[in-house]
Design a protein around this ligand. Structure first.
Ligand code: HEM
Length: 446
C-alpha cells in the first residue's frame, strides 16, 4: 500500500472546486477516494473527516506537528502564536489562555449587546441591510473594546479604519505569491501594505505603552501585559503586538461570517419553524433581560451550534505539517506531509448528522457530539483560542438583533458561499430587508 491515501491528481482542479463551492467541495472527495484522502502539492495534504482520524490528529503529541503556512510571518509578525510550534507555542498559549476563559468573557457581554444595538439602531422598515457587513463592524468594535480596551467612539473609529485598511492591504497577489513581496522603491501593493503596517504598529506600540503605565484593567491587552510565564518572564512589546494583530485577524471576520450564516439559515423558507421556535424562546424574556438570561437560552445555543456545523468557516482549516511519522487510519504517514481535519466532511457525515444538509438545530438538543465529531473550532493543542468568546458573541448578537427586528432575505437564491480571505463566507454577505422594528433600543443592558 502507498504511504499516502488516494486523492485527486490535480492541485489546480481541486483549488477551482474549492473556490466554486468552499463548503460542499470536500464530501465528494471523501466519497470518491475514501477517508482519509490526499491532495497533491508540496507538501501533499492528507485530510480526514472520520472521528477516528480526527481523534488521532487531535490527541497526538503536539510536538508531532508544525504549522503548515509559515510564510505568513510578514503579515502576522514573527512572534505570532499561529506560527509557533513546540515549547514556544505552549508558552504563548499558557500566557494567552486566561483572558479567554469563560468566566472572563462575561465581562464583555454588556459591550457585545450594546454594540449590536448601536450598529443596528438606525434600521428602518423597508431598508436593505447586508448582515455580514454590520456583523463585521460589530465584531471589530467588540475586539477594540474587549481586547484593546479602547471604548471612546472617535478612537474606536480611527483604530478600526487603520486595522481594516491593513487587512484590505493584503491583496491576493502578495498573499499567494511571496516573490511579489518587494518594496520596489515605495510603489506597488507590498510597499503600500508595509506603510499601513507601520501605521498600525505605531498605534499598537502606543496602546501597549499606555497599558503598561495604567496598571490592571479589564481588557485582554491589560491582562497580556500583566501575564508572566513559569519563569516569571512577561511578554515583550513585539510579542504582544503580534498577538493583538492575530486576534484581529482570527477574531472579527470569523464571528461576523458565522452570525451572517445564522441569519441566512434562519430566514430560508424551509427553516421557518426554527425561526419561529427561536422567536418564541426570545419573546418570553421580556423587554429588559439580563445579558446572562439571553445567553442561557437553549434553542439560541442550538441554532448557533447548528450554524457552525452546517456552515463551517473553512473546509479544512489549520493544516499541520508532520515533524515525525503519524499513524492515521491504517496509513503510516511520513514526516514532511501535511495533515488536516476535513471539517467539510466531519460535519456532513450521515451516520453522525442524519440529513446533514438540513438546518436542524434540534439535533443539538437531542444528543451531545464528541470533540471529534463537532469540530467548528478545531481541536488539540491548537484549538481556537477565541472559541468561548466567539460562541458567546454569536449568541448575544443573534439574540439582540432578532429581539429588535423582523427581517427577510432579499433573495431566496441558495448561497453556496465564497472564499473570503481564508474563510468561506456567504457570497453576497446575506442581503436582507428590514420588515419591522419590534422594540426600541435601550441602555445599558440587553
Ligand atoms: C465563529 C468564530 C470562530 C471560528 C469558527 C473559529 C475557528 C477557528 C479554527 C477552526 C481554528 C484552527 C484550529 C485548529 O488548527 O485546530 C482557529 C484558530 C484560532 N482562533 Fe478562532 N475561530 C473563531 C473566532 C475566533 C475569535 C473571536 C478569536 C479571538 C478573538 C479567535 C482566535 C483564534 C486563534 C488565536 C487561533 C490560533 C490558535 C493556535 O494556533 O494556537 N478565533 N479558530
Amino acid at each position: 500500500m502507498s504511504t499516502l491515501p488516494p486523492g485527486p491528481s490535480s492541485k489546480l482542479l481541486s483549488l477551482i472546486r474549492y473556490l466554486r463551492d468552499p463548503i460542499g467541495c470536500m464530501v465528494p472527495f471523501a466519497r470518491r477516494y475514501g477517508d482519509p484522502f490526499s491532495f497533491p502539492g508540496k507538501p501533499p495534504l492528507v485530510c480526514t473527516g472520520d472521528p477516528a482520524g480526527i481523534k488521532a490528529i487531535y490527541t497526538a503529541d503536539p510536538d508531532t506537528f508544525a504549522p503548515l503556512s509559515a510564510d505568513l510571518s510578514v503579515f502576522l509578525g514573527q512572534s505570532s502564536l499561529l506560527l509557533q510550534k513546540g515549547p514556544e507555542h505552549r508558552r504563548l498559549r499558557r500566557l494567552m489562555m486566561p483572558p479567554f476563559h469563560g468566566a472572563r468573557m462575561r465581562a464583555y457581554g454588556e459591550a457585545m449587546c450594546r454594540l449590536a444595538e448601536q450598529h443596528t439602531a438606525d434600521w428602518r422598515p423597508g431598508q436593505p441591510v447586508t448582515v455580514y457587513e454590520v456583523a463585521q463592524r460589530i465584531s471589530l468594535d467588540v475586539i477594540l473594546q474587549a481586547v484593546f480596551g479602547v471604548s471612546e467612539p472617535g478612537r474606536m473609529a480611527e483604530l478600526a479604519a487603520l486595522l481594516l485598511d491593513l487587512l484590505d492591504g493584503i491583496s491576493p497577489l502578495i498573499a499567494l505569491f511571496p516573490s511579489l513581496r518587494r518594496e520596489l522603491g515605495g510603489v506597488g501593493p507590498f510597499a503600500a501594505f508595509l506603510r499601513r503596517q507601520r501605521l498600525v504598529h505605531d498605534r499598537l506600540d502606543a496602546l501597549i505603552a499606555a497599558a503598561r503605565a495604567a496598571g490592571p484593567r479589564e481588557d485582554i491587552l491589560s491582562l497580556l501585559v500583566e501575564a508572566r510565564d513559569e519563569d516569571g518572564r512577561p511578554m515583550s512589546d513585539e510579542e504582544i503586538r503580534d498577538q493583538l494583530i492575530l486576534l484581529v485577524f482570527a477574531g472579527h471576520e470569523t464571528t461576523a461570517i458565522s452570525v451572517a450564516w445564522a441569519f441566512y439559515a434562519l430566514h430560508r423558507p424551509e427553516n421557518a419553524a426554527a425561526l419561529e421556535r427561536l422567536r418564541a424562546e426570545l419573546s418570553v424574556l421580556g423587554r429588559d433581560p439580563e445579558v446572562e438570561a439571553l445567553d442561557r437560552q437553549p434553542y439560541l445555543e442550538a441554532v448557533c451550534q447548528e450554524t457552525l456545523r452546517r456552515y463551517p468557516l473553512a473546509p479544512a482549516p489549520g493544516p499541520r505539517m508532520l515533524l515525525r511519522p503519524l499513524e492515521l487510519m491504517g496509513y503510516a504517514l511520513p514526516a514532511g506531509v501535511g495533515v488536516s481535519v476535513a471539517i467539510g466532511v466531519a460535519h456532513f457525515r450521515e451516520d453522525v448528522y442524519p440529513e446533514p444538509l438540513r438546518f436542524h438545530p434540534e439535533r443539538f438538543l437531542e444528543r451531545k457530539f464528541t470533540p471529534f465529531e463537532f469540530v467548528p473550532f478545531g481541536g488539540g493543542a491548537r484549538r481556537c483560542l477565541g472559541a468561548t468568546m466567539a460562541a458567546y458573541e454569536m449568541r448575544l448578537l443573534l439574540g439582540t438583533i432578532l429581539r429588535r427586528y423582523r427581517l427577510r432575505l432579499a433573495s431566496l437564491r441558495p448561497d453556496p458561499g465564497k472564499v473570503r480571505a481564508a474563510n468561506a463566507g456567504p457570497a453576497h454577505g446575506v442581503r436582507m430587508i428590514v420588515e419591522e422594528r419590534l422594540a426600541a433600543n435601550r441602555q445599558p443592558r440587553c
